[in-house]
Design a protein around this ligand. Structure first.
Ligand code: F6P
Length: 361
């Protein structure tokens, strides 16, 4: 008789709606095998500190639609070493040894990590130590290569579209210029698709530098056409020519070396106001963490369910150093190395063409 397999699972990095749906699918699929699932708390920290518990069916019931993650998350990075003089190096730390010990103690056969490029990057590095790793891409940014979509992106689009629908009515009533700043880090997927779905008038994405002159000209043209309100969607990582291509940041740097972004919406509004050429005073909305919260969109629930089932099957098949990827209609194993090498995933040129063809920048 073969030994029942034990699969670990953790959720790392910035959360998004749909993670819990993936956890539910993982547990249901594994227990049907039967295989055991051990859940670790707060991302890689739970594995380092061996904070884990078996997941039963009752632990994942009622969570299909719920945002966040019942396991908790963190941005713990076991490969981040800070020297005495404050320099940050990327090398295995004592945390990697602790992970190996947890692995032995728990008798893990594989680990499923659900997260963005940072979480998946750690999984990729750990697989080099002979620890079988399967990833599930999850991020509202949709910036991971090798998959058409990551869990959470469509839920964020629902929030952006809803915000734009609401901004439209007040912009129209007050004849205003409104700026909506959205997340996405260095990637413009949320801004482009959310902006198109919500009918924004100007779209500013990190993938192409913008100038305040051009934005002003676009708004002026709309005024000339009798459009007495306008809505600009700007991605938090968008780079203005006037700042020599630099992003607007908040200063804080996380364990993976990412500087916190935010503020470009206010910066742009201030620039437009200071010029005084438009009769409308811009007002700003920063959508921020609202995009990561709330209930999971149907698309994300389905994607997460498919990814959860596939991840268990890949793990039981002995696949390692791969993640689940949606390519067309198929869920396929994608080597983590190639997915990470292509991240951030470029915008779909066809979608950019469509946006441009209807007058969006
Ligand atoms: O990667 C998801 C994301 O929400 C980005 O869009 C954003 O720049 C970042 O995380 C914010 O990170 P934190 O949760 O550390 O503030």
């Amino acid at each position: 008789m073969h030994k029942e397999k034990t699969i670990g699972v953790l959720t790392g990095g910035g959360d998004s709606p749909g993670i819990n749906a993936a956890l539910r699918a993982i547990v249901r699929r594994a227990l049907a095998e039967p295989a055991q699932v051990i859940a670790f708390t707060d991302g890689w920290r739970g594995l380092v500190e061996d904070e884990g518990r078996p997941l039963r069916l009752t632990d994942v019931s009622g969570i299909l639609h719920v945002g966040g993650t019942v396991l908790g998350t963190s941005r713990t990075n076991p490969f981040r070493k800070v020297t005495r003089d404050g320099e940050v190096h990327w090398e295995p730390t004592e945390k990697v040894q602790a992970i190996k010990e947890t692995w032995q103690r728990r008798g893990l056969d594989a680990l499923i990590s659900i997260g963005g490029d940072d979480t998946l990057g750690v999984a990729h590095r750990l697989s080099a130590y002979g620890l079988p790793m399967v990833g599930i891409p999850q991020t509202i940014d949709n910036d991971i290569a090798g998959t058409d979509y990551s869990i959470g992106f469509h839920s964020a689009l629902v929030t952006v579209t809803d915000a734009l629908d609401k901004l439209h009515t007040t912009a129209h009533a007050h004849h205003r210029l409104l700026v909506l700043e959205v997340m996405g880090r260095d990637s413009g997927w949320i801004a482009l698709l959310g902006g198109m779905a919500g009918g924004a008038d100007v779209l500013l994405v990190p993938e192409s530098e913008f100038s305040v002159d051009t934005v002003e000209e676009q708004i002026r043209q709309r005024l000339e056409q009798g459009k007495r309100f306008s809505i600009i969607v700007v991605a938090e990582g968008a780079t203005p020519k006037e700042l020599e291509g630099r992003q607007v940041t908040r200063g804080e740097v996380d364990a993976f070396g990412h500087v916190q972004l935010g503020g470009i919406g206010y910066w742009l509004a201030d620039q437009l106001k200071a010029r005084g050429n438009l009769e409308m005073t811009p007002r700003v909305t920063v959508l921020a963490y609202l995009q990561r919260g709330g209930i999971a969109a149907p698309f994300d629930r389905l994607l997460a369910t498919r990814f959860g089932v596939a991840a268990v099957e890949f793990a039981l098949d002995g696949q390692t150093d791969v993640m689940t990827g949606l390519q067309g209609t198929q869920v396929v194993p994608v080597p983590l190395g190639s997915a990470l090498a292509g991240t951030p995933k470029p915008l779909d040129p066809e979608l950019v063409r469509v946006a441009k063809s209807i007058g969006l920048s």
